[in-house]
Write a new protein. Structure first.
Length: 417
């Protein structure tokens, strides 16, 4: 079941991301539907709708906002229920009956089209839902298909999880004022040092940087810079920014600054685990301790298990080697991993050529596949979604992809990198 939370309060624009972060504790699948509206997927969450609504209210209580909740198997119906009455729950199968008395404006139809419906004697959602689907869509266009599905409580779309942001910034206000270039650069150097430390601690590199200056005459100025290569090095960031500031002139003293890292990317530094060509017992013990220190968790051993999906074929156990039984081995003899991790991406249509029902070429123009693993079928029975067949395929250049066949269409949904 889906839960819609409608939030109202003061300064909602500035606090909205913070409110969404708090709602993450209620459900791991959260969709940001715009300022003041959020959808939570409660499938698999212990409890009942009344308990879920109470949990959402308790979570947002410290923010001093008004919250209304509604629950339904259909996202649109849950939103209407939340706006209709706080705590309203629409049982499965009763969506069309619940929506029937509401006006057409609840379907987000433009006023001009509503006037046309009124001339035809259609003023309520139930009256629109009773229209035959085919003639209705032919008369009012493709957008009418969505209206008809929503009116019948049959949209049944999956939520789009919100993207998580990781802001890294540093600011200084009320610590005096910078009247000379040297004072300004010194203050910037301190803030950039904090940015560099935060990036390093979180394993990120910045592709750019933004600096906001607040002057004594109430004026503001912003500068954005982007680097040729993402970096977290304090000296590199400061040198680029100092060169850019050489042509800037301020009419008043600077009394506040804010520095924010932009275009954050994954990063890290290579750590040498074995200092000699041959691996010895003591080297292995030191390497394991160093790994645990870097990861912050115990080292684990991967074991294979039978499963259809590639990412489900592994299980991880605590790695406790018997160092007394370890024999010297050469580092070069250690086997390489067969495949890099699977990175899931937003699904997009892709052209696939088949031979005997098996994929043999991918893309346009087609690239011949040198290997194909699958299919394995998955289906979300709870949401009544159509089944999907997944394949792992490899091109001649060694790149691996995850493709999906669903409802006579092929989609690219993952890359091994």
């Amino acid at each position: 079941m889906l839960l819609c939370a409608i939030v109202e309060g003061e300064n909602l624009q500035e606090r909205w991301e913070e409110l969404l972060d708090a709602l993450d504790a209620v459900s791991p699948t959260l969709e940001d539907a715009g300022l003041g509206s959020a959808y939570l997927d409660m499938h698999g969450i212990i409890g009942e709708p009344a308990r879920w609504c109470a949990q959402v209210r308790a979570t947002l209580a410290p923010f001093l906002v008004d919250v209304r909740c509604g629950c339904s198997e259909d996202a649109f119906c849950a939103g209407v229920a939340a706006r209709h009455a706080d705590g309203c729950v629409v049982a499965a199968g009763g969506e069309a009956e619940f929506l029937a008395p509401f006006p057409l404006s609840a379907l987000d139809i433009d006023p001009r089209t509503i006037e046309r419906f009124v001339l035809l004697g259609i003023e309520r959602i139930g009256e629109l839902a009773a229209l035959p689907y085919g003639p209705f869509v032919r008369r009012f266009g493709a957008r009418a298909a969505l209206w008809h599905l929503r009116a019948n409580g049959a949209e049944r779309r999956s939520l789009v999880p919100r993207a998580f942001t990781l802001p890294i910034e540093a600011s200084a206000f009320g610590d005096g004022e910078a009247q000379t270039q040297e004072q300004l650069l010194f203050a910037l150097r301190v803030l950039i040092g904090r940015i560099s430390e935060s990036c390093t601690r979180r394993g990120r590199s910045a592709g750019g940087i933004r600096v906001d200056f607040f002057c004594d005459d109430a004026s503001e100025r912003s500068i954005e810079l982007f680097f040729a290569l993402p970096t977290a090095e304090e000296r590199a960031i400061f040198d680029v920014l100092r060169a850019r500031l050489e042509r800037e002139r301020f009419d008043a003293a600077v009394v506040g600054m804010r520095v924010r890292a932009l275009r954050l990317e994954e990063a890290g530094s290579n750590q040498m685990l074995f200092v000699r060509e041959r691996v010895q017992r003591q080297d292995l013990a030191v390497a394991l301790a160093r790994l645990e220190g870097l990861l912050g968790e115990p080292v684990r051993r991967a074991r294979l298990r039978p499963a259809h999906a590639f990412e489900e074929r592994f299980t991880f156990d605590r790695f406790t080697p018997d160092l007394a039984a370890v024999e010297d081995v050469r580092v070069s003899a250690l086997p390489a991993l067969p495949l890099p991790p699977l990175q899931l991406i937003a699904e997009r249509e892709v052209r696939v050529e088949l031979r005997g029902g098996v994929p043999v070429a991918l893309g346009s123009p087609p690239s011949v596949l040198c290997e194909c693993v699958g299919p394995w079928r998955t289906q979300d029975v709870a949401r009544e979604l159509p089944p999907r067949d997944e394949y792992d395929v490899a091109l001649a250049d060694g790149r691996w992809y995850r493709i999906v066949h669903r409802q006579r269409q092929w989609y690219l949904c993952g890359v091994y990198e």
